[in-house]
Design a protein around this ligand. Structure first.
Ligand SMILES: [Zn+2]
Length: 324
């Protein structure tokens, strides 16, 4: 499953190739990959052909391409200032193994090619955007763009607009979003009766933090995953959020070298996980922080929501007497 930094790597890579180009033809190779488009593959293709890609936007792990000039767009979707107000977007759900690849037409089809978009010619750029997916959990579909609840941009974009893909409207802003409100996050966190990690994974509270980044952020902030959220002090909440932001930013920096590759590839794009993990997957190994301080912390693994939580019992202790 791609984490937020991997999806951001895809967004940055993709936008430089597709922005401003028109989709001239669409081939749905495997209808299962457009199954989320309720009106079927023909409607999907028909509404994409002739559309111009305005941008690539991300919130959390949701990625979408706002479109202009689609047949589905309502007439008069042009604001008074003459700027284009898109009303439709192409949603790309990467699932477990989805990839968006830019390829020249001369390149042979990938084994798991699912959808092919032909783009208008652009100097030195490949003609095709291919959606390749080995396990078919991902997919493409068209969605409406609706105004954001807070009037701020819908997500990270090159030319941010106060619009959001309908499918992503229910999720909160992610920690890398400049419009993320810490005050609101803290107020809502305090009002919940739940554990801290469960809250961090709740996309309605803060989006884009997956299991790995939650463990890394909690370790960095020296907080236990089961910490009741209604006992969290403001400084502690800020610490864990800053930690999440830091680990994601580091991962993003590590993925930076693949940005100019023709392959806009989700899988292993950052290479970050092999090198930089402090908590996740380190069961039985010494805690790096404790080791540096001459302490004997050994990382442990606990069952958590059908998955695992990795933490250090010495520097991220569970309370003995119920008080935090
Ligand atoms: Zn430790």
């Amino acid at each position: 499953m791609p984490e937020l930094p991997e999806v951001e790597v895809v967004r940055r890579g993709l936008v430089s190739w597709v922005r401003g180009r028109t989709i001239t033809a669409v081939e749905v190779v495997d209808p299962r990959s457009v199954r989320r488009h309720a009106l079927g593959p023909e409607d999907f293709a028909g509404n994409l052909e002739g559309a111009r890609v305005l941008d690539v936007v991300r919130r959390g792990k949701f990625l979408w391409l706002p479109l202009a000039d689609t047949p589905a767009a309502e007439p008069g979707a042009r604001a008074a200032g003459g700027t284009i107000q898109p009303s439709v977007a192409l949603m790309a759900h990467l699932g477990m193994s989805g990839q968006l690849l830019m390829q020249d037409s001369s390149v042979a089809d990938e084994k798991h090619l699912k959808v092919r978009l032909l783009l208008s010619p652009a100097d030195g750029m490949p003609e095709q955007l291919r959606f390749v997916d080995q396990r078919i959990f991902g997919g493409l579909f068209l969605t409406s763009l609706i105004p954001t609840a807070d009037g701020a941009p819908g997500g990270l974009a090159e030319t941010p607009l106060p619009l959001i893909a309908e499918e992503a409207a229910h999720i909160a802003r992610d920690p890398l979003d400049p419009y993320f409100s810490f005050d609101e996050f803290y107020r809502r966190l305090r009002s919940r009766k739940t554990g801290l990690k469960r809250a961090l994974l709740d996309q309605g509270l803060v989006s884009g933090i997956g299991n790995i980044y939650a463990d890394e952020a909690l370790w960095k902030a020296r907080l236990h995953f089961a910490r009741p959220t209604d006992t969290l002090r403001r400084a502690e909440a800020a610490r864990v959020l800053d930690a999440a932001r830091e680990v994601m930013t580091e991962a993003l920096a590590a993925g930076g070298t693949s940005f100019d590759s023709l392959y806009v590839n989700v899988n292993g794009a950052s290479g970050y996980f092999d090198r930089s993990l402090n908590a996740y997957g380190r069961e039985g190994r010494e805690c790096k922080r404790c080791a540096a301080a001459g302490l004997a912390g050994v990382m442990r693994r606990d069952q958590f929501m059908n998955r695992s939580s990795y933490s250090c019992p010495v520097c991220q202790p569970r309370p003995r007497n119920g008080r935090w």
